[in-house]
Design a protein around this ligand. Structure first.
Ligand SMILES: C[S@@+](CC[C@H](N)C(=O)[O-])C[C@H]1O[C@@H](n2cnc3c(N)ncnc32)[C@H](O)[C@@H]1O
Length: 213
């Protein structure tokens, strides 16, 4: 078994806490640091891009479940090329406040379906291309996905909303950050502790979507 395939601390924790992937702790850390799913905020419309196997969606749904006393229900739309794992969701993926769209976030018909359920006040994207081992190819593909996510931030987000987008470092991330800073009051990069030490992924956050003109 290769080193990175061994069950590390985060993978074991994910199993114990019934999440299908260790990546949940990256979102949890960003949520705790930046208040993405803040309990005091009103109902949220969330878009989870590159959602499979479903840890981020499950984290958000479990947190929203605790806030179900709110008068208007929060809604979560998740999108991925692959289906979600049903191993741990205990019916949460069948709930009325959840919708899964299977398809490519860059395809026109998927774009239409995503827009129809917006505007969103939280867009989270962990979308990543299948890696080839060629770092330049992987970085370029990751940047293209991040740019597609930013198009949603531009066209399908409500004022005041927040964004998290994953990108592999090494490409033109400077222009990505520049675009985030044009769309949001604050734009920054953040590498959660649960990222594998050898991984070249990082996350960019846009906080406080500017009012549309
Ligand atoms: C690291 S995984 C996401 C893990 C997820 N956040 C979780 O916690 O379970 C990256 C996902 O991005 C998806 N993906 C890559 N390109 C995509 C595309 N063009 N459209 C939709 N999903 C895509 C992959 O299918 C993969 O499931």
């Amino acid at each position: 078994m290769a080193n990175y395939e061994k069950l590390d601390h985060w993978s074991l924790k994910a199993q114990k806490e019934s999440y299908p992937a260790r990546s949940v702790y990256k979102l949890k850390e960003m949520d705790e640091k930046f208040g993405l799913l803040c309990p005091s905020s009103g109902p949220l419309k969330i878009l989870d891009l590159g959602a499979a196997p479903g840890s981020w969606s499950l984290y958000a749904l479990r947190k929203l479940d605790k806030r179900s006393h709110l008068p208007v229900c929060s809604l979560l739309t998740a999108v991925d090329l692959s289906p979600l794992s049903r191993q741990y969701d205990k019916g949460l993926f069948d709930a009325q406040n959840f919708c899964f769209i299977q398809g490519d976030i860059t395809a026109a018909e998927i774009r239409e379906a995503i827009h129809a359920r917006g505007p969103y006040n939280l867009v989270i994207s962990d979308a990543a291309p299948s890696t080839t081992g060629n770092r330049s190819v992987d970085t370029l593909r990751s940047l293209a996905l991040a740019e597609a996510v930013l198009n949603y931030a531009e066209t399908a987000m409500a004022s005041g909303g927040n964004l998290v987008v994953k990108v592999f470092q090494g490409g033109d991330t400077a222009s990505l950050l520049k675009r985030i800073r044009e769309l949001f009051k604050t734009g920054k990069s953040f590498k959660p502790e649960a990222c594998r030490s050898e991984s070249f992924e990082t996350y960019y956050l846009g906080l406080g979507r500017n009012t549309h003109v």
